[in-house]
Write a protein that binds this ligand. Structure first.
Ligand SMILES: Nc1ncnc2c1ncn2[C@@H]1O[C@H](COP(=O)(O)OP(=O)(O)O)[C@@H](O)[C@H]1O
Ligand SMILES: Nc1ccn([C@@H]2O[C@H](COP(=O)(O)OP(=O)(O)O)[C@@H](O)[C@H]2O)c(=O)n1
Length: 213
């Protein structure tokens, strides 16, 4: 079973994807890390983020299971990732590895922006996770504070809105719900409530899958 989870920044995609993967015993790929790691490689090499050739070379060199998450999670890297993610050649470079991951025997859970639309249009279950920008900013500000980055709510909100706008308006693989994705608004849900709702959506998709076996 392939489970595709998409949605805007800090909507709770990763949290749900990890919990669904654990529940179904599936491997999980946080595809945002691919773009974050590509951006990190450019910054480490003192390259501008719009250097397409250097970005493609960095993307080619990534190993999907070896991310230094500590250096990829902060505020600066979310912004930098969305800049390199808008370069079509970078996306093209990363497509095949993501598809290979998804098509493992038994399936996988992937979360990102274009999983249901571009990477795995054939996914068995697709969920587009949303929450109000204010709620997402509140959650992300808390997360950043816990990791030692003290950023104000207003700064985080501005970051999120700018990134959503860039991700939604790029020419290739913009942030968009697949026509057959189920929408899950987590604004009024805690993590347990969001997981219960996501699980119900996946179980329903699984039942449809078995009905057509
Ligand atoms: N439903 C929820 N209620 C409260 N906090 C949440 C919820 N879902 C996620 N979070 C928290 O919000 C932050 C962002 O969630 P995350 O899953 O990393 O989002 P995304 O992968 O969409 O960026 C994390 O600190 C996470 O623990
Ligand atoms: N499948 C994906 C995943 C991430 N991304 C890009 O990578 C950036 C960081 O993604 P992320 O999922 O790690 O970010 P958060 O939603 O966790 O803040 C996004 O803003 C997108 O620009 C993408 O374009 N396609």
């Amino acid at each position: 079973m392939i489970i595709a989870i998409d949605g805007p920044a800090a909507s709770g995609k990763g949290t749900l994807a990890r919990k669904l993967a654990a529940r179904f015993g599936l491997p999980h790929l946080d595809t945002g890390l691919l773009y974050r790691a590509t951006a990190r490689a450019l910054l480490d090499a003192d390259q501008p983020l719009d250097n397409a050739a250097a970005a493609v070379a960095a993307a080619r060199g990534l190993a999907l299971t070896e991310f230094e998450e500590q250096r990829l999670r902060g505020r600066e890297m979310g912004e930098a990732a969305s800049v390199v993610a808008a370069i079509p050649a970078v996306r093209e470079t990363l497509v095949e590895a993501q598809r290979r991951f998804a098509r493992r025997i038994g399936g996988a859970v992937l979360d990102g922006r274009d999983i249901g639309t571009v990477i795995c249009p054939e996914a068995d279950a697709k969920i587009f996770v949303t929450a109000s920008p204010q709620m997402r900013a509140q959650r992300r500000a808390l997360e950043l504070a816990r990791s030692g980055e003290d950023v104000s709510f207003n700064e985080v909100l501005a970051d999120i809105l700018r990134r959503d706008e860039r991700d939604s308006s790029r020419a290739v693989a913009p942030l968009r719900a697949a026509p057959d994705a189920a929408l899950l608004d987590t604004t009024a849900l805690d993590i347990a409530g969001a997981f219960t709702a996501a699980l119900a959506l996946v179980e329903a998709a699984r039942a449809r899958l078995h009905a057509t076996d």
